[in-house]
Write a protein that binds this ligand. Sequence first.
Ligand code: PLP
Length: 963
Amino acid sequence: MTGGFAQRHIGTDAAAQGIMLHALGFDSVEALVQAAVPASIRSRPRATTDIPPAATEAEALAELRALASQNRTARPMIGLGYYDTLTPSVIARNIFENPSWYTAYTPYQPEISQGRLEALINFQTMVTDLTGLATANASMLDESTAVVEGMLVARRASKSTSNVFAVDADALPQTRALLAHRAAAVGIELLELDLAHGATVPESVFGAFVQYPGASGNVWDPSGVIDAVHVAGGLVVVAADLLGLTLLRSPGSLGADVAVGTTQRFGVPLGFGGPHAGYMAVRQGLERQLPGRLVGVSQDAAGHPAYRLALQTREQHIRREKATSNICTSQVLLAVMASMYAVYHGPEGLQAIATEVAQKAEALAARLRSYGLSLTSDSFFDTVRVTTPGPSGRVIERARSLGYQLLWVDDATVGVSVDETTTDADLAAVAWAFGLPEDEFAGAGEQGERTVPFADAAPLAAVPPVLRRRDEFLTHPVFNTHRSETAMMRYLKQLADRDYALDRGMIPLGSCTMKLNAATEMAAVSWPEFSRVHPFAPEADVHGYLALIEQLEVWLAEVTGYDAVSLQPNAGSQGELAGLMAIRGYHRANGDLDRTVCLIPSSAHGTNAASAVLAGMRVVVVACDEAGNVDLGDLRAKISAHASELAALMITYPSTHGVYEHDVLEITQAVHDAGGQVYIDGANLNALLGYARFGDLGGDVSHLNLHKTFAIPHGGGGPGVGPVAAKAHLAAFLPSHPFSQRKDHAGGVFDGGPISAAPHGSASILPISWAYVRMMGADGLRDATAAAVLSANYIAARLREHFPVLYTGEGGLVAHECILDLRPLREATGVSVDDVAKRLIDYGFHAPTMSFPVAGTLMVEPTESEDLGEIERFIEAMIAIKAEAQAVAAGEWPAADNPLVNAPHTAEAVVAGEWTHPYSRETAVYPVHSLVRTKYWPPVRRIDQAYGDRNLVCACPPIEAFA
Ligand SMILES: *Cc1c(COP(=O)(O)O)cnc(C)c1O
């Protein structure tokens, strides 16, 4: 057992592991793992490794400080969808840095997620109000991918048979690049048009995309374009700046069908590109076309309003290759922050911030014009494009010498974007960079009187009056109540208290790896050298970031047995897409245009099938045998049936059944023999790290989930990072980016087209995984895997006599998770997997993964971070619940009135009115005595899922509803 940080990270110490091993009949942890992991896949011990020996927490922080100091904290005025912002401290401390918010899981168990669900419905209300549309989802991964999703909504909803999508020439460059890459994969043709300057949209399009305001800052009236597209039967997607929308007409009022964008500038740090919450809103009638998660209002068993995720049948967990999108993990924590920025500032506050921003832009423009400089447009909100007197590079360099980053547009044009942090002194400095006289600027700051303060400027001076916003927004009381910091702090605490996160107890979700997110790992994310960095900052200003990214790439390549790693994908699903697109790119480059079939086992995670479709592939399902393994016979049959069209096999290892399949080498060989590539879904890497490597199993490409295996917190459903790792022959097809500061990666030059809006995706949370690897070292990572496998097997062994363990491998052992089959219990007692999951809440637990990958089962993954005490508490709860179910079967309690079907029990349920149930109130809420001191009280009773879908409400309900 390693010492230092690893001992803090791993919950079971040597003594506890001794007890667990004894129960399993093994002498050592190593012996257990050797027995569980097939010898054929185990890596041979390696003489050298790229992973340095473990650092202490203090050493890792010192190294991170050194890396941070290599980033230059300039004043970014580059714009292009990313703006410096002031995160209210009350939000930074109580959400961003608060484990009650950042360690929560996706709110699939709504009864224990009411706090974050309320925050997300606030987010949806904020987005629908500002965009003037009917329904918004609870966050997209970023603006550019949201535009792609908008294009796909238009394609599904349009009656036009055209495959042409019109794109605004003044769209953000990264969005244009992403659209080109993603459209090509699914056979959509893009038609770029200068829409702002009168280009007419041909009738033969299924939709159009408008950037509002344009990337150049230009504010123009798109309603004519929108009308023309509608006449042709197409839909219009508008990307709008949310802060601008507090002053400008909403896309909905201009006729848009879909509005998308980012909420970054609502108090979410730049972070070198992310994570930030994108948004999407649609007009009435398109709700069922929405990608991603949607929060709705329903009611609980007491008839009280309660939140839950709505219309989940759109999602890939159910619809698989027919899903509206592959998005799974999104950007919940950041959506919560952005929504709270609106809650804290309110409509007047937001409007005041936006007005000041518009005044700053106008003040700068006026000063530049007064010296004879001209702007490409006089109608703008926060961004101006300036024709430079000499080469634009000179202006950029002068600005840089004072610490400002401006946008190079072309040899004679520079872009400047202002934001809520911009000061008069900043404006004066920028004016100087354009060659305005020194004295004009020298006085700014102390003797600002020589410059005109921006407060005197008229906002939106040249914007057509028809585009001024006149309607009200954010009128709901939640946006008009929490103005004092005391009120805000208490609102955030009230919401956090409704939720169950890792700071309360274990979240044993199979496939999700809810391990410790250590405080030291989190520290650097808040440092300004990492948080206040623009994603398109010049290379010279981000050496610290680039060094950290390269180290992490090398470490991940080492532990997976691949040659090249891209950290650009913002979630596992995006890593899948990037990996499958790399495979397609590779086949195309070899002239294999017909290789488009992707074989996917029936047990696969829903994102796999959805991603394959988005990569332009055709999904062919491969059966699993009764042991839960890939059915080799069926696989061989499918391979030969599709030999010449075979693009890839996509498998998960260990399988989604939590078992180390024996035949994996044979499987990957068969695919290679037929000319296919092998994609290994790496979400279960926590069962292999340090013991086996995907590259050695025959994988050509994989994604990892840094928010599972590598300690990035789940954030209540995001953010995530889904690196894509590949062998050398695929490196050239890994994600590139038009603004990437570095084209050469350790594994080669990546040239595959972007998969995220930012070159390094959610860069600002990479220090978390960096710190995890740095502090664990190679030995610690291996010990963590062993401890995770030990805990899963211990739970399986202890619960086996009460619930059958559905699938096992060698010697009856499982990998890092186990599936408990609750179907026999249901047959014998009528108690469902739902009842058990909800009853676990009464016992103070988050339920394990329900009905994935097999309906009627629970998949338990304790991870290495839980200690034996918590594991025992879970085992006891499961055994006690089994006994309760048997009491129902024995007729002690009626099937319709017992502690299981009535679970979870709220405080109100046990104190209000007369108690009429056939079991005691103690049994209801304190089934185990220790709960008297540690009770988590769910705020609502069981939520009626169907009611919420039948009566779809996806915005804040009136407060009277809760009276
Ligand atoms: C979590 C998971 C994914 C998807 O990852 P996201 O980050 O949620 O997009 C894919 N496959 C498997 C097996 C997973 O467990």
